[in-house]
Design a protein around this ligand. Structure first.
Ligand SMILES: *[C@@H]1O[C@H](CO)[C@@H](O)[C@H](O)[C@H]1NC(C)=O
Length: 412
């Protein structure tokens, strides 16, 4: 073989390696020490062979001390425990430090130069001192759309904060060779928030990944994490409206529509990671209270509780539940009558609803998914195979052809 050919082959091979690592779809598990500790679930239990990325949920917003901002010591301790457990077992698994913050926290911090600087400095200590591979901002309910509880200027100051963070994260990546650090951002799937709170294009451009939070969906739906919204039948027939839309309106609240809005705004699908919550939402409500829009008043004001899959999989096996499938949402739910005349309803995920969501992830060519939380799954195998849902989701993610393979297939 000529030397030239060898060089060429080596070059092609290195490209191939680069493509195969760059194009893999991501499977991300989240871990919450405050939820995991009460059930005795240690960082050592996280199945790293299926979780190449772990998100730590979460650091509370750092508090202001003089001109500095400091993270809570307990959060740092819990994070260090996770990082050392992961590093002991693997040198490829990456750990993402998520930072929670209310709309108020982030608005005040992002709107003043001095505060932005202090926040960026604190965030960078998570990379350089606590050895995180990435930081994620969980800016909860930005904007002032009525759903968001922030400020109308959030969409501008958010970009400024992300610019500052981007610069600092790039600098941190350069400080240690071959140690790429990343900046992630949690995005909302509420139509009103998407509409008003984000400069979607810049948010995508400045971050490595946007994680789309399923818990931000518009809760009008029967299904709590719906694929499609339930069409709303118009209470009064107004001819011009009926002519335009028919006598029902597709509300655009389902994930198929809300995730598409991030893509249509110019966000590269491979940057988007769809969140999948391994929990159900339980509501107890009084049937029969009707609003002018239908029978949803009782439902909306209902007591709402989260039930992790681990708990609900045994609960819904009890007597008395009737099972139904929400055709639009693409999710199952069960209902039963309570002693006090109320109805109890649990909307949840099963392998069928997860299959539909993964079909969408594949079809839209997202960068992958994140799962809330690794310990919400049936970790002890009380309802069948342990970690059944995580195993299913992981196998689906691994079976998605890489973007480069997809492109070749598409050209042919
Ligand atoms: C989701 O929307 C796309 C168009 O954006 C459509 O082709 C597809 O059939 C929809 N999927 C579902 C499950 O409704």
């Amino acid at each position: 073989m000529s030397q030239k050919l060898v060089f060429r082959l080596a070059f092609l091979l290195s490209l191939l390696v680069e493509f195969s690592t760059a194009q893999n779809k991501k499977f991300v598990c989240s871990y919450s020490p405050s939820k995991a500790a009460p059930i005795g679930y240690q960082p050592e239990f996280i199945p790293l062979e299926v979780c190449p990325y772990v998100i730590f949920k979460a650091f509370s917003f750092p508090s202001v001390v003089g001109r500095q901002m400091l993270f809570n010591d307990n959060d740092k301790l819990a994070f260090s425990r996770l990082v050392s457990s992961v590093r002991k077992r693997s040198n490829t698994v990456r750990v993402v430090a998520s930072i929670d913050g209310s709309a108020r926290d982030f608005t005040t911090t992002s709107s003043a130069i001095v505060r932005r600087k202090a926040f960026v400095q604190a965030a960078i200590t998570l990379l350089l001192e606590l050895d995180a591979d990435a930081i994620e901002l969980n800016w909860q309910s930005p904007g002032n759309s009525g759903v968001g509880s922030g400020d109308g200027l959030d969409r501008i100051t958010m970009v400024q904060l992300l610019q500052d963070l981007r610069q600092a994260v790039n600098a941190a990546s350069k400080s240690i060779q071959n140690r790429q650090r990343e900046l992630w951002f949690r995005g909302s799937l509420h139509p009103n928030v998407i509409e008003t709170a984000y400069n979607l294009l810049d948010v995508c451009e400045l971050t490595d990944h946007v994680t789309l939070d399923p818990n931000t969906a518009d809760s009008l739906e029967n299904a709590h994490a719906p694929l499609r919204g339930t069409p709303q039948v118009l209470p009064v027939q107004i001819p011009i409206i009926t002519q335009l839309f028919g006598n029902s309106i597709e509300p655009g609240t389902g994930f198929n529509t809300t995730t598409q809005r991030w893509i249509d705004a110019g966000c590269a699908p491979k940057k988007l990671l769809l969140g999948i919550g391994l929990h159900g939402v339980r509501k107890a409500y009084s049937p029969g209270i009707r609003s002018f829009l239908g029978d949803r008043v009782g439902f909306m004001t209902a007591d709402t509780a989260y039930l992790e899959h681990r708990e609900l999989c045994t609960l819904i096996k009890e007597e008395g539940w009737s099972y139904a499938w929400d055709e639009y949402g693409g999710m199952p739910y069960v209902t039963r009558a309570l002693q006090n005349g109320q109805t109890e309803r649990i909307s949840y995920e099963d392998l069928d609803s997860l299959r539909l969501k993964m079909d969408m992830v594949t079809q839209k060519r997202f960068g992958g998914i994140y799962v809330d939380f690794v310990h919400s799954d049936d970790i002890y195998g009380r309802c069948g195979q342990a970690y059944l849902m995580i195993a299913y989701l992981s196998s689906r993610v691994r079976s998605i052809p890489s973007d480069i393979g997809f492109a070749i297939e598409w050209i042919q």
